[in-house]
Design a protein around this ligand. Structure first.
Ligand SMILES: Cc1cc2nc3c(=O)[nH]c(=O)nc-3n(C[C@H](O)[C@H](O)[C@H](O)COP(=O)(O)OP(=O)(O)OC[C@H]3O[C@@H](n4cnc5c(N)ncnc54)[C@H](O)[C@@H]3O)c2cc1C
Length: 250
Protein backbone atom coordinates (compact mmCIF):
# COMPACT_ATOMS: atom_id res chain seq x y z
CA UNK A 1 0.00 0.00 0.00
CA UNK A 2 1.76 3.14 -1.17
CA UNK A 3 -1.15 5.55 -1.37
CA UNK A 4 -3.21 7.65 0.99
CA UNK A 5 -5.52 10.64 0.76
CA UNK A 6 -2.58 13.00 1.29
CA UNK A 7 -3.36 16.18 3.13
CA UNK A 8 -1.14 19.16 3.99
CA UNK A 9 -1.31 20.02 7.70
CA UNK A 10 0.25 22.13 10.42
CA UNK A 11 3.25 20.20 11.79
CA UNK A 12 2.71 18.76 15.28
CA UNK A 13 4.30 20.63 18.20
CA UNK A 14 5.84 17.37 19.44
CA UNK A 15 6.19 13.71 18.51
CA UNK A 16 2.99 11.77 19.10
CA UNK A 17 0.72 14.79 18.57
CA UNK A 18 -1.55 14.78 15.53
CA UNK A 19 -0.94 17.27 12.71
CA UNK A 20 -3.76 19.83 12.20
CA UNK A 21 -5.27 19.57 8.71
CA UNK A 22 -5.36 22.66 6.47
CA UNK A 23 -7.81 23.10 3.61
CA UNK A 24 -8.84 26.66 2.71
CA UNK A 25 -5.81 28.11 4.55
CA UNK A 26 -3.56 27.34 1.55
CA UNK A 27 -5.90 29.10 -0.88
CA UNK A 28 -6.83 32.22 1.02
CA UNK A 29 -5.25 35.50 -0.11
CA UNK A 30 -2.39 37.06 1.87
CA UNK A 31 -0.46 33.80 2.15
CA UNK A 32 2.00 31.60 0.25
CA UNK A 33 4.05 28.46 0.94
CA UNK A 34 7.83 28.04 0.69
CA UNK A 35 10.24 25.16 1.23
CA UNK A 36 13.66 25.20 2.90
CA UNK A 37 15.06 27.27 0.01
CA UNK A 38 12.73 30.15 0.82
CA UNK A 39 11.01 29.75 -2.56
CA UNK A 40 7.49 28.67 -3.51
CA UNK A 41 7.35 25.26 -5.18
CA UNK A 42 3.74 24.77 -6.29
CA UNK A 43 0.31 26.30 -6.64
CA UNK A 44 -0.71 26.43 -2.97
CA UNK A 45 -4.40 26.19 -3.91
CA UNK A 46 -4.10 22.88 -5.74
CA UNK A 47 -6.17 19.99 -4.41
CA UNK A 48 -4.70 18.22 -1.38
CA UNK A 49 -4.00 14.95 -3.21
CA UNK A 50 -1.98 16.65 -5.98
CA UNK A 51 -0.12 18.66 -3.35
CA UNK A 52 0.79 15.40 -1.58
CA UNK A 53 1.80 13.61 -4.79
CA UNK A 54 4.16 16.49 -5.61
CA UNK A 55 5.87 16.19 -2.21
CA UNK A 56 6.32 12.45 -2.79
CA UNK A 57 7.63 13.00 -6.32
CA UNK A 58 10.20 15.47 -4.97
CA UNK A 59 11.24 12.88 -2.37
CA UNK A 60 11.66 10.19 -5.06
CA UNK A 61 13.60 12.53 -7.36
CA UNK A 62 16.23 13.18 -4.66
CA UNK A 63 15.17 16.81 -4.21
CA UNK A 64 12.97 16.44 -1.12
CA UNK A 65 10.90 19.16 0.51
CA UNK A 66 12.78 19.07 3.80
CA UNK A 67 10.64 21.72 5.43
CA UNK A 68 7.67 23.78 4.30
CA UNK A 69 6.16 26.91 5.71
CA UNK A 70 2.93 28.79 5.16
CA UNK A 71 3.72 32.49 5.28
CA UNK A 72 1.03 35.12 5.94
CA UNK A 73 0.47 38.61 7.28
CA UNK A 74 -1.57 40.02 10.17
CA UNK A 75 -4.51 40.83 7.91
CA UNK A 76 -4.75 37.16 6.90
CA UNK A 77 -4.69 36.18 10.59
CA UNK A 78 -7.38 38.77 11.33
CA UNK A 79 -9.62 37.56 8.54
CA UNK A 80 -9.73 33.76 8.48
CA UNK A 81 -9.89 30.61 10.58
CA UNK A 82 -6.62 28.72 10.78
CA UNK A 83 -5.95 25.01 11.29
CA UNK A 84 -9.57 24.27 12.29
CA UNK A 85 -9.22 25.90 15.70
CA UNK A 86 -7.71 29.39 15.60
CA UNK A 87 -10.39 32.02 15.12
CA UNK A 88 -9.66 35.30 13.28
CA UNK A 89 -7.51 37.67 15.41
CA UNK A 90 -6.70 34.90 17.89
CA UNK A 91 -2.93 34.95 18.41
CA UNK A 92 -0.83 31.99 17.31
CA UNK A 93 -0.35 29.83 20.43
CA UNK A 94 2.84 30.42 22.40
CA UNK A 95 3.44 26.65 22.37
CA UNK A 96 3.84 26.79 18.57
CA UNK A 97 6.67 29.36 18.87
CA UNK A 98 8.28 27.36 21.67
CA UNK A 99 8.16 24.19 19.55
CA UNK A 100 9.73 26.06 16.59
CA UNK A 101 6.73 25.52 14.31
CA UNK A 102 5.83 29.24 14.30
CA UNK A 103 7.92 32.34 13.65
CA UNK A 104 7.10 36.02 13.31
CA UNK A 105 8.92 39.14 12.15
CA UNK A 106 8.29 42.81 11.55
CA UNK A 107 9.67 42.44 8.00
CA UNK A 108 10.29 39.69 5.43
CA UNK A 109 13.99 39.79 6.34
CA UNK A 110 13.33 39.37 10.04
CA UNK A 111 10.93 36.51 9.33
CA UNK A 112 13.43 34.69 7.08
CA UNK A 113 16.15 35.01 9.73
CA UNK A 114 13.85 33.58 12.37
CA UNK A 115 12.69 30.70 10.10
CA UNK A 116 16.27 29.88 9.10
CA UNK A 117 15.71 30.08 5.32
CA UNK A 118 18.07 31.98 2.94
CA UNK A 119 17.21 35.66 3.41
CA UNK A 120 17.92 36.88 -0.14
CA UNK A 121 15.97 34.08 -1.74
CA UNK A 122 13.00 34.52 0.63
CA UNK A 123 12.82 38.32 0.35
CA UNK A 124 13.03 38.05 -3.44
CA UNK A 125 10.17 35.52 -3.39
CA UNK A 126 8.19 37.75 -1.05
CA UNK A 127 8.53 40.71 -3.46
CA UNK A 128 7.71 38.61 -6.51
CA UNK A 129 4.62 37.11 -4.89
CA UNK A 130 3.44 40.56 -3.81
CA UNK A 131 3.94 42.02 -7.30
CA UNK A 132 2.01 39.12 -8.84
CA UNK A 133 -0.72 39.34 -6.21
CA UNK A 134 -1.17 43.07 -6.80
CA UNK A 135 -1.60 42.35 -10.53
CA UNK A 136 -3.96 39.42 -9.76
CA UNK A 137 -1.93 36.89 -11.78
CA UNK A 138 0.42 34.26 -10.37
CA UNK A 139 3.17 34.22 -13.01
CA UNK A 140 4.91 31.28 -11.30
CA UNK A 141 2.17 28.69 -10.61
CA UNK A 142 -1.13 30.13 -11.94
CA UNK A 143 -2.77 30.16 -8.51
CA UNK A 144 -6.38 31.19 -8.87
CA UNK A 145 -6.68 30.13 -12.51
CA UNK A 146 -8.92 27.11 -11.86
CA UNK A 147 -12.46 26.88 -10.47
CA UNK A 148 -11.11 24.52 -7.76
CA UNK A 149 -8.58 27.16 -6.62
CA UNK A 150 -11.21 29.89 -6.50
CA UNK A 151 -13.73 27.74 -4.61
CA UNK A 152 -11.48 27.93 -1.51
CA UNK A 153 -10.50 31.58 -2.05
CA UNK A 154 -12.02 34.74 -0.63
CA UNK A 155 -14.72 36.02 -3.04
CA UNK A 156 -14.46 39.54 -1.57
CA UNK A 157 -10.89 39.86 -2.87
CA UNK A 158 -10.56 41.03 -6.48
CA UNK A 159 -9.45 40.45 -9.19
CA UNK A 160 -8.08 37.10 -7.93
CA UNK A 161 -9.77 35.58 -4.83
CA UNK A 162 -6.59 33.58 -4.09
CA UNK A 163 -4.10 36.45 -4.20
CA UNK A 164 -3.40 39.53 -2.09
CA UNK A 165 0.00 41.09 -1.38
CA UNK A 166 1.32 40.53 2.15
CA UNK A 167 1.57 44.14 3.27
CA UNK A 168 0.01 44.24 6.73
CA UNK A 169 2.84 43.30 9.11
CA UNK A 170 3.86 41.66 11.30
CA UNK A 171 4.46 38.57 9.20
CA UNK A 172 4.19 34.94 10.29
CA UNK A 173 5.38 31.51 9.17
CA UNK A 174 3.89 28.23 10.40
CA UNK A 175 5.57 24.93 9.69
CA UNK A 176 3.66 22.38 7.65
CA UNK A 177 3.88 18.64 7.16
CA UNK A 178 2.29 16.12 4.81
CA UNK A 179 -0.49 14.28 6.62
CA UNK A 180 -3.42 12.20 5.37
CA UNK A 181 -7.18 11.72 5.70
CA UNK A 182 -7.01 7.95 5.41
CA UNK A 183 -5.64 5.31 3.09
CA UNK A 184 -6.61 4.55 -0.50
CA UNK A 185 -4.03 2.11 -1.74
CA UNK A 186 -5.65 -1.10 -0.57
CA UNK A 187 -7.06 -4.11 -2.37
CA UNK A 188 -7.75 -3.75 -6.08
CA UNK A 189 -11.39 -4.37 -6.89
CA UNK A 190 -13.35 -4.51 -10.14
CA UNK A 191 -16.39 -2.48 -11.24
CA UNK A 192 -18.59 -4.63 -8.97
CA UNK A 193 -16.39 -4.16 -5.90
CA UNK A 194 -15.02 -7.72 -6.16
CA UNK A 195 -11.42 -8.06 -5.00
CA UNK A 196 -8.90 -9.04 -7.67
CA UNK A 197 -5.92 -11.25 -7.06
CA UNK A 198 -2.47 -10.25 -8.31
CA UNK A 199 -3.09 -11.97 -11.66
CA UNK A 200 -6.33 -9.99 -12.10
CA UNK A 201 -8.72 -12.88 -11.37
CA UNK A 202 -11.82 -12.25 -9.22
CA UNK A 203 -11.61 -13.70 -5.70
CA UNK A 204 -15.03 -15.21 -5.25
CA UNK A 205 -17.09 -13.74 -2.41
CA UNK A 206 -14.53 -11.12 -1.30
CA UNK A 207 -15.42 -7.42 -1.68
CA UNK A 208 -13.51 -4.21 -0.92
CA UNK A 209 -14.90 -0.68 -0.98
CA UNK A 210 -14.04 2.71 0.52
CA UNK A 211 -10.68 3.16 2.18
CA UNK A 212 -9.88 -0.57 2.28
CA UNK A 213 -9.89 -0.61 -1.53
CA UNK A 214 -7.49 0.91 -4.04
CA UNK A 215 -8.60 4.38 -5.13
CA UNK A 216 -11.02 4.06 -8.08
CA UNK A 217 -9.46 7.28 -9.47
CA UNK A 218 -5.88 5.92 -9.47
CA UNK A 219 -3.62 8.28 -7.53
CA UNK A 220 -5.83 11.31 -8.17
CA UNK A 221 -8.59 13.22 -6.42
CA UNK A 222 -11.11 14.67 -8.87
CA UNK A 223 -12.86 16.89 -6.32
CA UNK A 224 -14.91 17.20 -3.15
CA UNK A 225 -16.63 13.98 -2.05
CA UNK A 226 -14.34 11.71 -4.06
CA UNK A 227 -13.57 9.59 -0.99
CA UNK A 228 -17.01 9.19 0.58
CA UNK A 229 -18.58 9.21 -2.89
CA UNK A 230 -16.72 6.16 -4.12
CA UNK A 231 -17.29 4.39 -0.78
CA UNK A 232 -21.06 4.90 -1.07
CA UNK A 233 -21.29 4.02 -4.76
CA UNK A 234 -19.21 0.85 -4.55
CA UNK A 235 -20.86 -0.12 -1.24
CA UNK A 236 -24.22 -0.03 -3.01
CA UNK A 237 -22.94 -1.94 -6.04
CA UNK A 238 -21.07 -4.56 -3.98
CA UNK A 239 -24.08 -5.17 -1.71
CA UNK A 240 -26.30 -5.73 -4.75
CA UNK A 241 -23.74 -8.04 -6.29
CA UNK A 242 -23.48 -10.08 -3.08
CA UNK A 243 -27.29 -10.21 -2.69
CA UNK A 244 -27.79 -11.29 -6.33
CA UNK A 245 -25.21 -14.00 -5.86
CA UNK A 246 -26.98 -15.28 -2.75
CA UNK A 247 -30.36 -15.30 -4.53
CA UNK A 248 -29.02 -17.17 -7.55
CA UNK A 249 -27.26 -19.70 -5.25
CA UNK A 250 -30.40 -20.47 -3.24
C1 LIG B 1 -10.93 15.53 8.72
C2 LIG B 1 -11.49 14.74 7.57
C3 LIG B 1 -12.28 15.38 6.63
C4 LIG B 1 -12.78 14.68 5.54
N1 LIG B 1 -13.59 15.32 4.64
C5 LIG B 1 -14.13 14.64 3.61
C6 LIG B 1 -15.02 15.28 2.70
O1 LIG B 1 -15.34 16.46 2.83
N2 LIG B 1 -15.53 14.55 1.66
C7 LIG B 1 -15.21 13.23 1.48
O2 LIG B 1 -15.69 12.61 0.53
N3 LIG B 1 -14.36 12.60 2.35
C8 LIG B 1 -13.83 13.26 3.40
N4 LIG B 1 -12.98 12.62 4.27
C9 LIG B 1 -12.59 11.23 4.02
C10 LIG B 1 -13.70 10.29 4.39
O3 LIG B 1 -14.18 10.61 5.69
C11 LIG B 1 -13.18 8.85 4.39
O4 LIG B 1 -12.50 8.60 3.20
C12 LIG B 1 -14.37 7.89 4.53
O5 LIG B 1 -15.05 8.13 5.75
C13 LIG B 1 -13.89 6.47 4.50
O6 LIG B 1 -15.01 5.64 4.64
P1 LIG B 1 -14.84 4.09 4.86
O7 LIG B 1 -16.22 3.57 5.09
O8 LIG B 1 -14.04 3.50 3.77
O9 LIG B 1 -13.95 3.95 6.16
P2 LIG B 1 -14.29 4.35 7.65
O10 LIG B 1 -15.23 5.53 7.70
O11 LIG B 1 -12.98 4.47 8.34
O12 LIG B 1 -15.12 3.11 8.18
C14 LIG B 1 -14.48 1.91 8.55
C15 LIG B 1 -15.29 1.34 9.69
O13 LIG B 1 -14.82 0.04 9.98
C16 LIG B 1 -14.74 -0.11 11.38
N5 LIG B 1 -13.77 -1.18 11.65
C17 LIG B 1 -12.43 -1.12 11.58
N6 LIG B 1 -11.88 -2.33 11.89
C18 LIG B 1 -12.91 -3.16 12.12
C19 LIG B 1 -13.00 -4.55 12.46
N7 LIG B 1 -11.91 -5.30 12.59
N8 LIG B 1 -14.23 -5.06 12.63
C20 LIG B 1 -15.36 -4.32 12.46
N9 LIG B 1 -15.33 -3.01 12.13
C21 LIG B 1 -14.13 -2.44 11.96
C22 LIG B 1 -14.32 1.24 11.89
O14 LIG B 1 -14.67 1.40 13.25
C23 LIG B 1 -15.14 2.16 10.97
O15 LIG B 1 -16.42 2.44 11.49
C24 LIG B 1 -12.48 13.29 5.38
C25 LIG B 1 -11.69 12.65 6.33
C26 LIG B 1 -11.18 13.35 7.40
C27 LIG B 1 -10.33 12.61 8.42
Amino acid sequence: MDQAWWFPAVAPTKAGKAPLVMLAERSLPGSFIVDQTGRRFTNESSDYMSFGQLILEREKSGDPVESMWIVFDQKYRNSYMFAAGLFPRQPIPGSWYKAGIAHSGASATELAESMGVPVDSFTDQFRRFNDDAAAGTDSEFARGASAYDRYYGDPTVEPNPNLRPLDHGPYFAVKMTLSDLGTCGGLRADERGRVLSEDGAVIDGLYAIGNTAANAFGNRYPGAGATIGQGLVYGYIAAHDAADKKISAS
